[in-house]
Design a protein around this ligand. Structure first.
Ligand code: PEP
Length: 253
């Protein structure tokens, strides 16, 4: 099994309905043809998922993702959205553990383990985000920090479930700051993540695990980052909001 390359755009809480249509229409108009084992994923705000899924339905290799989901399957959780709802609207993926969810919503590794279970059980594949804050990077303990995030939220899974996880390494100090990890820093961490997955699930499973880089990735730096042997694409924030930039990043995969 060849490991998948993915370029995923996380729109966060951005764009008007009209701008959402415009962006997706501009992207589809580019008629980007993707090689085998390559996917483009768009994670719009919940309220746009239906329309984005509709606009992308004839575009091969393009998929829709939620930006989060609740850990419970249904119930009295005002303001929340379930994994089953995302699946029903056509999502293939859900992003879990983004640093903005961990920070602003106090999501911890144990809660994320529950969310991962629910998402997988409801038929969504998971883009699982991990990454260290600046003080951990400065202390040089980033590998231990990220390995704990992965172990505590994912390592209860069996091999079949783990095969449905995409890992996105996103150093918090690089998200939305314009400060990218160097390709060497990113490659080091991705190699570390792959070796930790290999230790738990075996080398073949690790070799098949897609590991994305995220954090100020843009049309200028994507090529160098994606050329690293353990970087299998990117999770893109700001640069996913402009069709030309996002298309250039897709081309760099
Ligand atoms: C993100 O939030 O997932 C992200 C990578 O953002 P940006 O590309 O804007 O740094």
């Amino acid at each position: 099994m060849a490991r998948k390359k993915i370029v995923a755009g996380n729109w966060k809480m951005n764009l008007s309905p009209a701008a959402c249509n415009e962006l997706v229409t501009a992207l589809t108009a580019k008629q980007i043809s993707l090689p085998e084992h390559t996917e483009v994923v768009i994670a719009p705000p919940y309220v746009y998922i239906d329309r984005v899924a509709g606009l992308l339905k004839d575009t091969t290799g393009f998929f829709v993702s939620g930006q989060d989901c609740h850990q419970k399957t249904s119930g009295a959780y005002t303001g929340d959205v379930s994994a089953a709802m995302l699946k029903a609207l056509g999502c293939k993926y859900v992003i879990l553990g983004h640093s903005e969810r961990r920070g602003y919503h106090r999501e911890d590794n144990a809660l994320l383990a529950e969310k991962v279970n629910t998402a997988l059980a409801e038929g969504l594949d998971v883009i699982f985000c991990c990454g260290e804050p600046l003080e951990i990077r400065e202390a040089g303990t980033q590998n231990d920090f990220v390995n704990a995030q992965i172990a505590e939220s994912l390592f209860h899974l069996d091999g079949a479930a783990m095969a449905r996880i995409v890992i996105a390494y996103e150093p918090i100090w690089a998200i939305g700051t314009g400060k990218t990890a160097t390709s060497a820093q990113a490659q080091d961490m991705h190699a570390n993540i792959r070796s930790v997955v290999a230790g738990k699930y075996g080398q073949e499973a690790a070799d098949n695990t897609t590991i994305l880089y995220g954090g100020s990735c843009n049309a200028q730096n994507a090529q160098e980052l994606f050329a690293q042997p353990d970087i299998d694409g990117g999770l893109i924030g700001g640069a996913a909001l402009k069709a030309d930039d996002f298309a250039a990043i897709i081309a760099a995969r």
